[in-house]
Design a protein. Structure first.
Length: 581
């Protein structure tokens, strides 16, 4: 843990001017208590800044782990050695020596260190309503970062404010139950002390966001500890399920709601809409007047590759479209419908492809055309950027599909484009539909599957159904779409199956899939079947995804990722490695 002992005040020099020219000046590298105590608000802003201080090799939205490590997408890029993510995709070669693990662990603890520094200052101040609110905001942020750590690494050390360097270095890992309770305690304090939603404080924590996060924590904890032998439907804790219902009720009765049009959720013009309970705020340089903008560097690799022809002139779609985050054929197939409902045998005709304007063998859920970019279709609804097979960088390895949700429309421009490319699109942390699906899941587990749970699922499907019209964003695909509502569920198991489908289709490529499968105790069965079918991928005669022949998910091991070797070495035996590594 020596890396995280470094005070982050050096990162705050833009907020506080410090000089060092004579012996009696205040020290550099660490804010003195007098200066810090007079600026608690600025330290809170500095803690918020860490939300977006990530990079493609340590993305805080965890897309490589939530999507690529599941069955939603392939890594992408120029080949298996492009970035260090390939072992996280096939598991069989996964070892603790991955630099991406070390970077992500370090950066998340750096964010926590900044939160703790703010809390140390806030704790010195007289307790007013404003100070309590600041403390609640920072505890919300700290819990957010700890939640990311726990989801990745199971049992992690809890470094709280006020510890000396020696105490930090001697802090062991908390158990799974301990760290979950610590995270919940921080969110609970935030819930009890944050104000209601304030439209004038866009991007800041509030009571409803804390309630949503509490529901998320309790739902994941309710199913067990994440390892398949002790996780899943047979382990559901009804007391925790009641907590999910309690806190999602707060969200349900808040100003947040379903955005009317599904596709609008992923357009910059609708950032911070009623759908967005809490999001990492990003911007384009043209919007905020800065040199580079507050770019979203976590998704910088995910722009589509290559050129399109506009008015007879070839031009790149993006300056550096690196073509990562490539949707799988399995995901595309999951959108197939029969009589408007999901197909149990969706992967039987595995290599069926979707072509714009063609009379297709299958009908598809409309959300496919908002999620997956495909040859012959407009890229993010803009006809001048219609894709073809040349817009895939390495088709013999990763196929021809591309991701669209996290990328803005091309006409909106780039936030930063020399020599790298980045986007100004917000990153959702908590969106309303996700939380309502959590509520539906908790209702089903409590036995109420044909009441409100059915209503929630059908409301979400009804919104998607609006896209089957000529005037919709995907009007060009309306004849290829079919979606129906559920009448009723014959059993709790049927309701669970519908809920699982709905989460996959609604939240595809948003970083949830691996963690959902883990909660349900379905990782090994789902992924090992996926590896067997995805290795047979073929698009218009081009085979790809052959590397999955080496993939295998081991239950009791791969549910969590290994703690980085560097972090284990720093503490000389204080930590224990996760099972199987």
């Amino acid at each position: 843990m020596k890396k995280i002992n470094i005070y982050i005040a050096s990162l705050l020099l833009s907020l506080f001017a410090v000089s060092c020219t004579v012996d009696d000046v205040k020290p550099q590298g660490k804010l003195d208590d007098e200066t810090a105590a007079s600026s608690p608000d600025k330290l809170v802003i500095a803690a918020y800044a860490m939300l977006g201080n990530d990079w493609y090799s340590y993305p805080f939205n965890l897309w490589p782990y939530g999507d690529m490590s599941a069955d939603d997408c392939l890594k992408g890029g120029s080949g298996e050695n492009d970035t260090g993510y390939h072992p996280m995709e096939i598991f069989s070669t996964l070892q603790p020596d991955r630099g991406e693990f070390d970077e992500l662990w370090y950066r998340l603890y750096l964010a926590i260190s900044r939160c703790n520094r703010a809390l140390e200052t806030i704790n010195l101040a007289e307790e007013t309503d404003h100070i309590k609110e600041l403390k609640a905001e920072v505890r919300f942020l700290r819990a957010h970062f700890y939640y990311k750590l726990q989801q990745m690494w199971y049992e992690v050390p809890f470094i709280k404010e006020g510890l000396s360097n020696a105490e930090v270095e001697a802090t062991p890992q908390s158990t799974h139950d301990e760290i979950m309770q610590i995270i919940i305690d921080d969110f609970q304090y935030a819930y009890e002390n944050l104000p209601e939603v304030d439209p004038g404080k866009t991007g800041r924590a509030h009571k409803v966001a804390a309630a949503a996060y509490l529901a998320k924590c309790y739902l994941n904890w309710a199913y067990g500890d994440g390892y398949e032998a002790t996780t899943g439907y047979s382990h559901v804790d009804q007391a925790k399920i009641k907590k999910v219902l309690e806190y999602t009720e707060v969200v349900k009765n808040s100003p947040y709601n379903y955005l009317d049009t599904y596709g609008h959720i992923f357009l910059q013009d609708y950032a911070n809409s009623v759908e967005s309970i809490f999001a990492v705020q990003h911007s384009n340089k043209s919007d905020d007047g800065t040199l580079y903008g507050r770019a979203n560097w976590s998704n910088m690799l995910n722009g589509v590759w290559g050129e399109v022809e506009i008015n007879g002139v070839k031009q790149k779609i993006w300056t550096c479209g690196w073509d990562f985050h490539k949707p799988s054929q399995n995901l595309v197939n999951a959108f197939k419908t029969r009589n408007g409902l999901p197909m149990d045998d969706f992967d039987a005709d595995h290599n069926a492809i979707v072509i714009n304007g063609a009379d297709l063998k299958y009908k598809y859920d409309p959300r496919l055309f908002h999620t997956v970019g495909m040859p012959t279709y407009p890229y993010k609804y803009e006809a001048q950027y219609t894709l073809d097979k040349s817009n895939s960088r390495t088709p013999n390895t990763y196929g021809y599909y591309c991701s669209m949700k996290e990328i803005p429309q091309r006409s909106k421009g780039e936030s930063y484009d020399n020599p790298w490319q980045a986007f100004g699109q917000n990153d959702y942390v908590l969106r309303y539909t996700d939380i309502m699906l959590m509520r539906a899941e908790a209702l089903i587990e409590s036995g109420d599957y044909n009441g409100e749970a059915l209503q929630i699922i059908n409301t979400i499907r009804e919104r998607a159904k609006k896209d089957i019209s000529a005037s919709s964003l995907i009007g060009y695909a309306r004849n290829q779409c079919e979606i129906s509502l559920y009448g009723s569920f014959a059993s709790k198991d049927d309701a669970r199956k519908a809920l699982r489908w709905e989460r996959r289709l609604e939240l595809a490529m948003e970083g949830h899939r691996f963690f959902d499968l883990r909660r349900w105790g379905m990782l090994s069965s789902t992924l090992n079947k996926y590896f067997e079918t995805e290795v047979t991928d073929e698009y218009d005669g081009q085979t790809y995804a052959l590397y999955y022949k080496d993939a295998f998910f081991t239950a009791g091991k791969n549910e969590y990722f290994p703690i980085a070797s560097n972090q284990m070495n720093y503490v000389q035996g204080l930590y224990h490695q996760n099972k199987g590594y």
